[in-house]
Design a protein around this ligand. Structure first.
Ligand code: PLP
Length: 387
């Protein structure tokens, strides 16, 4: 028997269809400029390593205060390259949350290392530094693996607690690699993502805050010396002449068409980020009394890749919202340690906070082209769904 009651809320004509993410509206805004950029790639014909790659790396470095930026094939490549460059592999323990997209753990395992899953903070949904300390102590105690790296994830765009995690990483000699796949544009203590950790990986998957028209990613470093090794690994491990293999690598390159699209999208990114943040502020204002939206740590501003909130009767609420024409998504209903591919790495006592949040979380539509009428309708729909 279905116990879900439909909402009585009526959509007026100004609300129209609500998209969870609206890439079409964005494309309408900049299509002529994108076509011009793509045309220019067709004209010069350097589909790999075209001038757009250098231009993009330069602009991204300016935007993120990174000392060097490597454009690459995907967010996954952006995670794997720094791990390989550090020589992280078999026998190494790499600490990461299980409340993230599978790519975070895949990168660790593809490098040959072992993921050690860390629980999250119940308010920020990001890595809990106190649990990180506990897991490091227990790996050291067991003595089987060498604690080597930590990969905090800036979930949904909200920076992880780099203040605490950096201190722990420094004390324990861990390589700190930020998974900023969802947080391009976010800030902590006035510093942008790309400058919050020694190395940061981001994704330009089409649905991300800054998205390509295909797969793409980038790695940001605070050390210019990373450039040579990272760019060699992204180009099959070759030397600067792209001839001899000097290390093991793979095809981790971004193509010129994706860089061309990203350059155009970067030019409207700040404007879009402001719109995302205004929408999130309105959601927070209207919904935080009846739900638990993700909290940002003090001194941080989210990149607002997604807008997620927790409600105890999540499944009922989501059904009601969907019937009322409000699309939703659940990131992530199954944490990684409960998935078959990563079950061997599940901590003995599970991850209690992660599991609870996974059972209550869902995401509301978030994109810069939501109209005030749509945001109002979504908020009303959530309020009515709990009545
Ligand atoms: C947290 C996180 N890490 C890594 C990735 C991997 O990025 P890509 O799909 O570009 O390889 C994603 C992509 O969704 C992600 O959300």
């Amino acid at each position: 028997m279905n116990s879900v009651v439909n909402l009585t809320l009526a959509k007026n004509s100004q609300v129209g269809n609500i998209a969870f993410i609206d890439l079409k509206a964005q494309q309408r805004r900049i299509r002529p400029a994108i076509e011009k950029r793509l045309q220019s790639v067709l004209d010069h014909g350097r589909y790999i390593a075209g001038p757009e790659i250098d231009e993009l790396e330069e602009k991204l470095a300016g935007r993120t205060e990174a000392k060097t930026v490597i454009a690459c094939a995907s967010g996954t490549a952006a995670l794997i390259i720094p791990l390989l460059a550090r020589g992280i592999g078999p026998g190494d323990a790499v600490f990461a949350p299980a409340f993230t997209y599978n790519a975070t753990a895949n990168a660790i395992l593809l490098a040959g290392a072992t993921p050690i899953f860390v629980d999250i903070d119940p308010a920020t949904f990001n890595m809990d530094p106190a649990d990180l300390e506990r897991r490091i102590a227990s790996v050291k105690n067991e003595g089987r693996l060498h604690p080597s790296a930590v990969i905090p994830v800036d979930l949904f765009g909200s920076p992880a607690d780099y203040r605490e995690i950096s201190k722990i990483a420094e004390r324990e000699g861990l390589f700190l690699l930020s998974d900023g796949a969802q947080s391009f544009g976010a800030e902590l203590d006035g510093k942008p993502v790309g400058n919050l950790a020694p190395a940061t990986a981001t994704s330009f998957f089409p649905g991300k805050g800054l998205g390509a028209y295909g797969d793409a990613g980038a790695i940001f470093s605070q050390n210019t010396l990373d450039r040579e090794r990272w760019s060699s690994i992204r180009w099959h491990g070759t030397d600067e002449a792209r001839k001899d293999s000097v290390r093991v690598g793979f095809n981790g390159r971004m193509d010129s068409f994706q860089a061309a699209v990203l350059l155009e999208k970067l030019s409207i990114f700040d404007d879009e980020l402001t719109a995302r943040r205004n929408i999130a502020a309105e959601y927070d204002k209207r919904l935080s009394k009846i739900a638990r939206p993700q909290a940002d740590i003090d001194g941080s501003v989210s990149g607002q890749g997604y807008y997620s909130l927790c409600m105890e009767n999540r499944d009922d609420i989501v059904k009601k919202l969907n019937r009322a024409g409000v699309p939703t998504a659940i990131y992530y209903s199954t944490p990684l340690h409960l998935m078959p591919a990563f079950a061997d790495y599940a901590p003995a006592n599970g991850l209690p906070v992660t599991e609870k949040v996974a059972s209550e979380i869902f995401a509301l539509p978030m994109h810069p082209y939501l109209t005030p009428q749509q945001v109002d309708y979504i908020c009303e729909a959530v309020c009515e769904a709990v009545r």
